[in-house]
Design a protein. Structure first.
Lengths: 250, 250
């Protein structure tokens, strides 16, 4: 077993959060280089061919893609299990993870979080109001309509909290960053389930660091995060100009 | 074990092909409803919330996403194994599958196949020449540069042919549909590896059906495919007008 994992990522990315929650829930030691999203030098491009975060580093070895990383951590550290034991339930959990990564990623991240936060701060551009309107009024409601009958009235999706709850919860956390609360009158089951997910110790612990990242200007973030107990590593990747390119979802 | 799987898909989709190759290599019985891509009625939307193909149906149960489906088939029918036994290799194989699904999907399907084939035939629109040029001259070469040092000089990626070879091969097959051969002078290892992959019996068997699908007008496809021995089911989904929307990759 490795001594420790190293994560390249940022506390505001839902894909990074997914991996961090898995590491936390499995009690695995790790360090993190909290690079700014959409920023990365040549070395980053070598570690992450699609220029996405998170990247997991284990000694000399490098692994990409949040879903691939979580599945690897599960197989390497099977206890506590975060994937259902039943094969069909496990497949359904993976499908919900993919639904979150892909559809909620498109809507909550590219439709809302990127428009309202990243685009203005990193690129000095105004949000695309039509994209945001569609995300808020059509696409997120469609996702909530899909999820409402599928989420459990109590507890979590497949018994104990696991990868499907984690994945979906990570994206709704980003929706909350841009003040999109789930309307509990319209989707009561989803709103209550999300409260249970975000109350998990791993989510609560990370929320402190996410809030600090949101609050503190980029140059001061490392010091502030370290002061809050985040396992921040020395800066290894350098920085570069913000870039758009294919650094989209992971 | 189920009697038989049912696939909703189309022989020209690389995501569908991936699942079909896995079914073939594991010797599992299946039927297929070869719906036209980008077409599907309300019932299809219920089976596939993101309106993507393939969909796997097992009795009353429905599963989405080609990667999730392949992983499920592997766990339910472990022999012959199509995923590496070694955990790190297995993670790398899944990463290459994700790289294919995501980057090669964007480039080979949306940059080339959709532009040159689907867009004209289904939507009566001309291809976007700039999108095609970028795919041919920049994006596919970048992928080939990435893959060349990673592909084996002989045999397959992790021993016997498996999910990484299958996934990557499926997308290069679509690149071949629009006459993008791999330049063997520039990427000799990749060109030779692809020849080995496409020579696998499952790929050869499906190629006959893919060629027929390309050649035969839509209304005659089912009959022609059935005549060629394809396990075509009765049409269950009906058809609808072609639609763009979120039916992108799966």
């Amino acid at each position: 077993m490795s001594e420790s994992y190293h994560i390249i990522g940022n506390y505001l990315s839902p894909y990074v959060r997914k991996v961090l929650v898995v590491l936390e829930m499995k009690g695995l030691p790790y360090s993190i280089d909290p690079i700014a999203p959409f920023v990365g030098n040549e070395r980053f491009g070598e570690l992450s061919p699609l220029r996405r975060i998170p990247v997991l580093i284990e000694g000399e070895r490098v692994l990409n893609d949040s879903s691939v990383i979580c599945q690897y951590l599960e197989e390497r550290h099977p206890t506590p299990a975060l994937y259902p034991a039943d094969l069909w339930q496990r497949a359904q959990a993976r499908w919900l993870e993919e639904y979150a990564d892909s559809y909620l990623g498109e809507v909550a991240i590219w439709g809302l979080f990127f428009q309202k936060g990243v685009k203005r701060i990193l690129f000095g551009e105004p949000p695309d109001e039509e994209v945001m309107r569609r995300a808020r009024e059509q696409q997120l409601p469609a996702a909530l309509d899909y999820l409402e009958p599928r989420l459990p009235a109590s507890g979590f999706l497949f018994g104990a909290a696991g990868i499907a709850d984690i994945s979906l919860g990570c994206f709704f956390r980003n929706a909350a960053f841009v003040r999109y609360p789930i309307d509990a009158a319209r989707w009561p089951g989803t709103a209550a389930w999300l409260e249970r997910v975000l109350a998990l110790p791993a989510f609560r612990k990370l929320a402190v660091l996410e809030d600090a990242t949101l609050r503190v200007p980029l140059p001061e973030q490392r010091a502030v995060l370290a002061g809050l107990g985040a396992p921040v590593s020395p800066q290894t990747l350098g920085t570069a100009a913000p870039r758009r390119g294919p650094m989209r979802r992971d």
